[in-house]
Design a protein around this ligand. Structure first.
Ligand code: TRP
Length: 328
């Protein structure tokens, strides 16, 4: 069977939370370990600038994210990991691709419309409008065929397919149209009940949170507002703690559902069960993280090795592109 190429990335926002894991990272690791794919993973450090110009944390945030990737099970011997800003070919391909799509097509991007609403963006930069064009360069530079992402990224991959098609039609076949691969739990609800777990909303559990912290955070989590005390019948379908049990405690899920509905299980006890499960899931990740933190030279080596491997692929693609276009 032919090994397919995977390219996926994340914007570096520092330490990751369990929503990142469930929505993307877990999928990357499973695909990496399936033996059917060659993964490449990108730290999208230029994309960060689309929503804020302050660049003072980008480097540290990138390293923290890389440590979480490694601690969770991405294997640098199988999956090169690199920063977008280190491989200049991203900017070149982005520029070429920016000519192959209209501004009105980019303005119709639903993910962008959501962002404009959520972040109250009045004046969007030219670069922000072109976010999916840079993302397309990220994918196609490595000839990515499969892109495991969350639901909100699907419109971007559609744009990538259109740009690949347009390039091939105009200059000759270079690119494969990539396809998105969605995860089963593509989104984890935040601790406050917000549809999205997010660091900036302060409603997340980090992959690096010790048990005491997980406990303190879960204690404050919102449950079914109609279940005021133990004994009251609860509605698991509206409870976010139940949604965490679904992911982290699937063996007990039926029991929890029955006991919540009958009133036998109170919210406090239910939360404490959830703390146990999430913490035992996090324990090995935290241990690995500590080991990596005490061996920063290794972490930096992983990055420079990934950047060397990424660069080789990127150079090949750019020289194909230039040859087909007859430029340079
Ligand atoms: N846009 C993605 C996100 O916000 C991050 C990203 C950048 C990406 N480049 C990519 C994802 C290439 C997949 C492929 O999550």
């Amino acid at each position: 069977m032919k090994i397919k190429r995977i390219l996926s990335g994340m914007r570096p926002t520092g330490k990751l939370h369990i929503g990142h894991y469930v929505g993307a990272l877990e999928n990357w690791i499973n695909l990496q370990n399936s033996g059917q794919y060659q993964n490449f993973h990108l730290i999208a450090d230029y994309h960060v600038l689309t929503t804020g110009l302050d660049s003072s944390n980008i480097y540290n945030d990138s390293i923290e994210m890389l440590i979480d990737w490694l601690a969770s099970g991405l294997d640098p011997n199988k999956s090169p990991m690199f920063r977008q800003s280190k491989i200049k070919e991203h900017t070149e391909l982005h520029l070429i691709f920016s000519m192959l799509i209209t501004t009105s097509r980019l303005e119709r991007n639903p993910t962008l419309k959501d962002q404009v609403r959520d972040l109250n963006l009045e004046n969007m930069s030219y670069g922000h409008l072109g976010y999916p064009v840079l993302q397309t360069a990220d994918i196609l530079l490595y000839k990515g065929e499969v892109v495991p992402v969350g639901e909100d990224q699907v419109p971007h991959i559609e744009i990538s397919r259109e740009i690949a098609r347009k390039f091939n039609a105009q200059y000759g076949e270079v690119f494969i149209e990539p396809i998105p691969l969605l995860t089963k739990f593509s989104r984890l609800v935040g601790l406050d009940g917000n549809a999205k777990m997010s660091k900036s909303l302060g409603n997340s559990i980090l992959l690096s949170d010790e048990k005491e912290i997980v406990k303190a955070k879960l204690k404050k989590a919102v449950t079914d507002p109609q279940k005021l005390r133990k004994g009251d019948p609860g509605r698991p379908e509206v409870c976010l703690v139940f949604s965490y049990h679904k992911k982290f405690n699937s063996e007990e899920i039926n029991l929890i559902e029955t006991d919540c509905k009958s009133g036998l299980l109170g919210c406090f006890d239910c939360k404490m069960k959830c703390v146990e499960k999430i913490s035992s899931f996090l324990e090995p990740i935290i241990a690995k993280r500590k080991e990596l933190e005490s061996n920063m030279n290794y972490v930096l080596d992983v990055l420079s090795d990934g950047e060397r491997k990424g660069k080789l692929e990127a150079e090949k693609t750019i020289s194909d592109v230039r040859a087909k276009m007859g430029i340079g």
